[in-house]
Write a protein that binds this ligand. Structure first.
Ligand code: GRF
Length: 196
């Protein structure tokens, strides 16, 4: 399995995947990391691990179509057979979606379909879970479509919400579960027989 990862910020989920590949816990290789944010820690993490990186955004391509085409070309060039969205805050364009149909996974820090979709990102997700008085939360891995967080869910991990939890407590608990979940799910996908 050759994975291209897209990330906008810290990249701790990405790091867990890179580490699992390097430690032999995941039979895969991260072959390219793309970010829309040139200052993303995710790019620095990839760079430190010797993984090629690319900044692609409206700053590099003012036109959405040109950006989509540049991303599709970079992904093809990398030889990636799967795309991982690991905290990527932008929508993908139609070319990329078509080229990697059913081969793009996103990880989301809640039990979809709850707390997903537009506006539910980062800490907002955990704030909403706490405000609703939920007793549990978790992480979901789903296939990516052109709607935010709407593709079929293929794996979930549950964690308790504890009384007195602050947003950062819940965020950390979910992220711990999320790191293990994404590695296990990618391994399951890598073990699938090839479709063609
Ligand atoms: C993760 O919680 C993921 O679910 C969400 O963005 C977060 C990324 O975290 N889409 P990090 O940048 O990998 O630490």
């Amino acid at each position: 399995m050759r994975i291209a990862a897209l990330a906008s910020h810290g990249g701790s989920i990405l790091q867990a995947v890179i580490d699992a590949c390097q430690q032999g816990d995941l039979q895969a290789e991260v072959v390219l990391v793309i970010s829309n944010n040139s200052g993303a820690e995710a790019l620095a993490r990839a760079h430190r691990c010797g993984i090629p990186t690319l900044h692609l955004s409206s700053a590099t391509h003012a036109d959405d179509r040109a950006l989509d085409e540049a991303m599709a070309a970079a992904l093809a060039e990398s030889g990636a057979d799967w795309v991982l969205l690991a905290g990527y805050m932008k929508k993908l364009g139609p070319r990329v979606l078509a080229a990697y149909r059913d081969r793009i996974v996103n990880t989301h820090p809640a039990l979809l379909p709850k707390y997903g979709g537009r506006g539910y990102y980062g800490r907002r997700v955990h704030e909403a879970v706490l405000a609703a008085g939920e007793r549990e939360s978790g992480a979901s891995v789903h296939l990516v479509t052109d709607e935010y967080d709407a593709g079929p869910v293929i794996a979930q991990a549950r964690v308790p919400v504890r009384s007195g939890d602050r947003v950062e407590d819940l965020e950390n608990r979910v992220k711990d579960a999320e790191r293990a979940l994404i590695v296990a799910t990618l391994q399951r996908l890598a073990d699938q027989p090839a479709l063609d």
